[in-house]
Design a protein around this ligand. Sequence first.
Ligand code: ZN
Length: 274
Amino acid sequence: METAATGREESGAAAGPVEAAAGQEDGGCEGLWELPVERCVRRAECGRCSRPRKVCLCPFFPVHPLKVSTCLYIIQHPAEESRVLRTVPLLAACLPGDKCKVLIGRRFGEDRYPELAAVCRNSSTLILYPGAEAANLEEVALIFPSPSTIIIIDGTWSQAKDIFYKNSLFRLPKQVQLKTSISSQYVIRTQPTNTCLSTLECAAIALAIMEKNDGIRETILRPLQALCSFQLQHGAQIHHSKEHLLKNGLYDKPMPKNKRKLRRMELLVNNVKI
Ligand SMILES: [Zn+2]
């Protein structure tokens, strides 16, 4: 999702493209060379990151999954799953399987999702969703019990809003947000403002804060940076945010006639949170 609220580094050891059985989730690469390769050879896809081998991102993932005590629950809108450029698989590839759970759907009732319901009722669970009632995660992290769980909604602003407000479970955990002025590095997907971050960026920052380790953020952002640079090399154009374009006089589309839309653009230029 694109949430208001980012970096980069280490573990330089390249994992190398791995042609392992599809579905292999082991973060480490040693030993994977011996696994059957037929399926992947046919698809010409990397068995680990599921990307075409020419643009395999494996060398940019940490060799071993990051050791974290915080657990992430990514609540993914179904439309997000089918997008070509998704950031959640990149995030999941950096973390141990039991620390990054992805649930896809729009409605999450207690009956169908008893485990999620238990997580939402747990006092050590936070939900990352910006708003007037949301506390600054950096302040909350100082006093919050560990290990904790953070729920993040993955989707566009309106999809995330729908999921947050129409599922009462998500209003049980303490609501937190990221207060940061760092610009999104996810330059190939237009963000409404420069500080709108991808789900991967939100997760990287939130984990670094909870684990008190900036290296975590750097490590998780490496595959995203690599993805963006691959895409740019292959003809993608840098998508500056509308805010950036307007402020720099580069907005080349006709200004809206609708007064409400025009007002929204004025607010963007004047840095007012909309
Ligand atoms: Zn790969």
